[in-house]
Design a protein around this ligand. Structure first.
Ligand code: GDP
Ligand code: K
Ligand code: MG
Length: 271
């Protein structure tokens, strides 16, 4: 049976969608080691299980909830990620999407809140978004159920979706450091090395702990410090995580400019 992880920002409609896509059966427990609820439901088609991850803005854990998602990516078996995205806040939501795309597992996007976006005078061109990201994008309104049958049918088919990791160019210095960190890891390392390196340089403590099992802590720290110094000097960033966020945000902005169309002018001074 397929294991599909449901991931997205808080309040994007994950629970609404979870309830629509899964039948009556539902397993609820806690994630290992933390008091964060873990919810697993079987798809109505019985073709797979949906695992509801805590809502997060970034994989870089600032809280226990955020650590759960990274821990999940590091240690659980799953076949694909259903990334639910709020179409009315596309730019902010795509930050997590990019981090998930960099991981390299198959991703299907449920583009939710398309009614809210429309009400605010925006249309997101889902076909263009799909083609720019290289993943299937299915528009839905989880509150009314619109588009959810199509999404369910798509998931039930288990169709092969692309799993090539997204490769953004972070500049020569960081790229070299990513490569160097990768070379310190064993050949047989079971997780995506580039993603691990990027998450480490961004300050993901869960990823750092995992890397420490394979690479000397002093070696890791020295590499991070050395890279940060060089990147700050060359790119004028204030820190390594800042540089990574900046490059990603630029990439996301480029996408938003191509997929968002304004349908009406909203005068916020009138109310
Ligand atoms: P979660 O925090 O990601 O689990 O999001 P929820 O499923 O709890 O939804 C948050 C709020 O958004 C709830 O009030 C939902 O009814 C509402 N909601 C979910 N999907 C949609 C949608 O597509 N359109 C609109 N207008 N509201 C939605
Ligand atoms: K909520
Ligand atoms: Mg929820």
């Amino acid at each position: 049976m397929m294991n599909i992880a449901l991931a997205g920002n808080p309040n994007t409609g994950k629970t609404s969608l979870f309830n629509i896509l899964t039948g009556s059966y539902e397993y609820v427990g806690n994630w290992t080691g933390v008091t964060v609820e873990k919810k697993v439901g079987v798809l109505k088609s019985k073709r797979g299980q949906l695992i509801d991850l805590p809502g997060i803005y970034s994989l870089n854990p600032l809280s226990q909830d955020e650590g759960v998602a990274t821990q999940f990516l590091l240690s659980e078996e799953f076949s694909s990620i259903l990334n639910i995205v709020d179409a009315s806040q596309l730019e902010r939501n795509l930050y997590l999407t990019v981090q998930l795309l960099e991981y390299g597992k198959p991703i299907i996007m449920g583009l939710n809140m398309t009614d809210v976006a429309r009400g605010r005078g925006y249309i997101v061109d889902e076909q263009q978004l799909a083609s720019l990201l290289g993943i299937p994008v299915l528009p839905i309104v989880a509150r009314s159920g619109k588009g959810c049958d199509e999404l369910e049918a798509f998931l039930a088919k288990g169709s092969d979706v692309k799993s090539e990791p997204l490769h953004i160019d972070y500049g020569a210095t960081l790229e070299k450091a990513i490569h160097e960190l990768g070379s310190l890891l064993p050949e047989s390392f079971e997780l995506p090395k580039r993603w691990m390196a990027l998450q480490f340089f961004e300050g993901n403590t869960v990823v750092c702990k995992r890397l420490e099992k394979h690479v000397d802590y002093e070696r890791l720290t020295a590499l991070a410090q050395e890279t940060e110094r060089a990147v700050c000097q060359e790119a004028g960033a204030s820190s390594l995580p800042h540089h990574i966020r900046h490059v990603r945000s630029r990439f996301i902005l480029g996408i938003c400019e191509q997929v968002i169309t304004r349908t009406k002018h909203i005068d916020y001074t009138l109310s």
